[in-house]
Design a binder for this molecule. Structure first.
Ligand SMILES: Nc1ncnc2c1ncn2[C@@H]1O[C@H](COP(=O)(O)OP(=O)(O)OP(=O)(O)O)[C@@H](O)[C@H]1O
Ligand SMILES: [Zn+2]
Ligand SMILES: [Zn+2]
Length: 759
């Protein structure tokens, strides 16, 4: 029996978010991962046991510790490796351990309550005994007897039975009832709201899927499978990158691998970037693995989650398919975590803890000596660079399945269209190709990026985009103040009246919506059925699948959508893909804009011509010469990679540096600006210190954030760049600490993000 417990208390107050030591009374058999009730500053709070020891840490010997009061679980709730993971997560994402724990183990939300349980069976008790009770006590017992599990919380019991504390004591003493501590999960209320997608359950549904698989793996696929199996057999934790072009059959590589892992007694997680994709993928896997498959994502109700956790822990479910948060699934024999479309930004969580599923997967497999498989047709620069430098293994699949080939891509220069008098959203070549599809009875997809909520300034005649002279990032136009701003360094300029390059007066503030595209398209083809897939049309649960199923059944000829439709979809009758404006992604105020553009264009183009009918792609743009656009049009990932990696090196952007971004929020603009300036000054001063003086650090900003005002709060940001993450973190910690001691900081919310994916 251990003598001391380290307990992470679960309180909202961040200052108390830490672990405390308590003594363990003899009568409690405590284990790591159990929930307990402990005293803290004259309160009883709940917490999780994160460690048990015989000795106290140095400096604490001889302390007179308070004892743990109660245990809420019969056994460890949270496995030890997941507790370790939570600590790691808190440290690397700079957030509280409590917050991390809730992420790793989302069932902790709840409270410990005292409950009253009926011990005797009222039915069996003879009348004599019952008569002996007074009216008050008798009523109380009937209330308990009627409750379904013959138990209610103390609070409710006292209210419903309307009895005095004295009577309750009497009932306990006479052995009718007992008091016990229970953990009650909260969140049931929120379950009444509709979860975004398929939240009503996580069973795999059949939407009339395509015919069953009757094929063998191709040679490329088989080689890839063997490569990953070798990594698994080596028994050391490893990351493997599977670079396979769109339509090369990566899904079947995953399927085969999972079959092998299961056969060896292991469990697997398959992550897809968005919740909306889970049911499609799960459907495919359930055909082979049946009941062993379970879908997990944050949209599930608390009750569904609890059931899922129980099924996973008991070994009934061995394949977890889900979005980002499924990376924490507590599979007992986890051997393999697959991230499909690993380059996708959705793997990074926007809220605290701001983790990237790729990093979590790697850490989990480090702890378990398993394999992380990253799959993509357009790997992230980070992953591909790691593969190039030999840090991780890489497997490639260069050809599409069967006779299908990567579709030819035509780049249409929208400046020419203007010159020819075409002011429509659709270029003449695109209109022509759409018409061809309609006569042939084939389908088309039109893609528009909505991610770029910012407005950039472009010359419609020569395509010139105004960008920051310091940062080489497109300037963003703000209606407020009518100026253009850089979101990295806060360089400010008024938008030009004429193009600085060609003198044209066709200067335009860019930004279009899917709805407008749909309307104009309908005007062009009045009789043609069109579907739209974007945030607005998929807000209701299931709408996403419904739209895609309609399209699959060919009830519409054209699908207009945002990046939602860029990933993973496999429609054999789609032979034309049109990109309305590549510029939207290209000119996002973000150093990753080119990478995003390349990925998106390649992925979108990859939706065309996936079966025996050849496909075609049209990319409309004002920057036809841009290398990201041209490389995507030529399906040239390698060329793009080497060019981009050189650029990142020159400009000192990731993966050559790390960036930590601090977002400052306040309701009043002047307060947030003042705060940002002061934090900026503290950071600048910090750079003078000997300990940081000769390390390569850059403080960028303060500058207004891309979304300079959100939910009634003004947002400013400061970014710090540096080559070593540990130094960067220490540097920032010191600055933030000083900042919080200053009165300027009062009321300001800091939002810190390590290696943000977007600005
Ligand atoms: N060995 C095979 N023989 C015949 N068809 C196959 C084979 N493997 C996969 N397919 C089929 O090829 C199509 C493309 O496969 P899949 O969707 O897995 O590609 P992918 O590499 O994931 O593409 P993307 O990156 O675009 O999502 C699917 O319809 C799949 O059923
Ligand atoms: Zn111009
Ligand atoms: Zn700048």
């Amino acid at each position: 029996m251990f003598r001391y417990a380290e307990v992470l208390v679960d309180v909202a107050n961040r200052r108390l978010d830490q672990s405390y030591h308590y003594s363990i009374p003899d009568y409690l058999s405590l284990k790591i991962g159990m929930r307990v009730l402990v005293p803290l500053q004259n309160r009883k709070v709940q917490g999780l046991v994160v460690n048990v020891t015989d000795d106290l840490p140095e400096g604490m010997e001889g302390f007179n510790l308070k004892p743990v009061l109660e245990i809420a679980d019969k056994d460890s709730l949270v496995p030890q490796d997941l507790i370790e993971l939570a600590h790691w997560l808190a440290q690397t994402t700079i957030c509280s351990v409590a917050q991390s724990l809730h992420t790793v183990w989302p069932l902790l939300k709840g409270k410990i309550e005292e409950w009253i349980v009926l011990l005797a069976s009222i039915e069996d008790s003879d009348v004599q005994t019952l008569q002996w009770l007074d009216v008050e006590a008798f009523r109380a017992l009937t209330v308990l007897n009627r409750s379904r599990k013959k138990a209610v919380s103390l609070k409710i019991f006292l209210k419903r039975a309307n009895i005095s504390a004295g009577t309750l004591e009497k009932l306990i003493k006479q052995g009718w009832v007992s008091k016990e501590v229970r953990f009650v999960t909260t969140g049931e209320d929120s379950s009444l709201k509709q979860a975004p997608y398929g939240g009503q359950n996580n069973k795999v549904k059949d939407y009339g899927a395509r015919t069953d698989r009757t094929y063998e793996l191709t040679r490329e696929q088989a080689t890839a499978v063997r490569g990953v199996l070798t990594a698994l057999e080596e028994g050391s934790s490893q990351t493997v990158l599977l670079h396979g072009v769109t339509g090369s059959g990566k899904t079947d590589v995953y399927r085969e691998l999972i079959a092998q892992v299961l056969a060896q007694g292991g469990d697997a997680i398959l992550l897809v970037p968005e919740i909306s994709l889970t049911s499609q993928v799960a459907r495919y896997f359930e055909r082979q693995f049946g009941e062993q498959v379970i879908i997990l994502h944050s949209g599930l109700r608390q009750r569904e989650k609890m059931k899922a956790w129980a099924d996973i822990l008991s070994g009934h479910k061995r394949i977890v398919i889900g979005a980002r948060s499924a990376v924490f699934a507590p599979l007992p024999n986890l051997r393999l975590i697959i991230l499909d479309e690993e380059h996708d930004g959705a793997y990074k969580q926007d809220e605290n803890p701001k983790y990237h599923a790729r990093d979590v997967a790697r850490k989990r497999m480090d702890l378990r000596k398993g394999v992380v498989l990253l799959g993509s047709a357009t790997p992230s620069l980070e992953a591909y660079a790691a593969a190039q430098s030999g840090k991780i293994r890489m497997l490639t699949m260069l050809s599409r399945i069967g006779k299908s080939v990567l579709p030819p891509v035509e780049i249409v220069d929208m400046r020419d269209e203007l010159r020819q008098g075409n002011r429509s959203i659709f270029s003449l070549p695109l209109q022509q190709k759409l018409r061809e599809r309609l006569t042939r009875g084939e389908q088309s997809m039109l893609f528009l990026n909505r991610r770029g909520y910012s407005t950039f300034v472009v010359c419609r005649e020569c395509g010139y985009v105004v960008s920051c002279s310091n940062c080489d990032i497109a300037l963003t136009y703000h209606t407020q103040g009518q100026a253009m701003r850089c979101h990295y360094c806060d360089h400010k300029e008024m938008p030009p009246h004429t193009c600085p390059k060609c003198g044209s007066r066709y200067i335009r503030f860019f930004g279009q919506g899917t709805q407008r595209v749909e309307e104009e398209l309908q005007g062009l083809f009045p009789e043609v059925p069109i579907l739209r897939l974007d945030y607005d049309t998929t807000r209701s649960s299931e709408a996403h699948d419904t739209i895609l199923d309609k399209f699959r059944r060919q009830e519409a000829s054209i699908l207009v959508g945002t990046q939602m439709m860029a990933k993973g979809l496999d429609f054999p009758n789609v032979t034309l893909v049109g990109v309305i404006a590549a510029d939207q992604t290209l000119n996002m105020p973000d150093f990753r804009a080119r990478e995003r553009t390349f990925q998106l264009l390649t992925q979108v183009a990859g939706r065309a011509g996936r079966s025996n009918k050849p496909g075609e792609v049209v990319i409309q743009t004002y920057s036809p010469q841009d290398s990201a656009v041209m490389r995507a049009a030529h399906h040239d990932f390698q060329g793009f990679f080497w060019e981009e990696i050189r650029y990142r090196k020159e400009r000192k952007y990731p993966p050559y540096t790390h960036i930590i971004r601090v977002l400052l929020l306040h309701e009043k603009e002047d307060r947030v600006i003042k705060g940002a300036n002061e934090l900026g000054a503290f950071l600048q001063q910090g750079m003078q210190e000997p300990k940081f003086g000769n390390t390569e650090l850059d403080v960028l900003g303060p500058a207004p954030a891309v979304l300079s005002r959100l939910r009634n709060q003004w947002r400013w940001q400061i970014s710090v760049k540096g080559t070593r993450q540990d130094i960067l973190r220490a540097f920032l910690h010191q600055g933030v600490k000083r900042f919080f001691k200053s009165p300027t900081s009062s009321g300001i919310i800091l939002n810190i993000e390590v290696d943000p994916l977007s600005s």
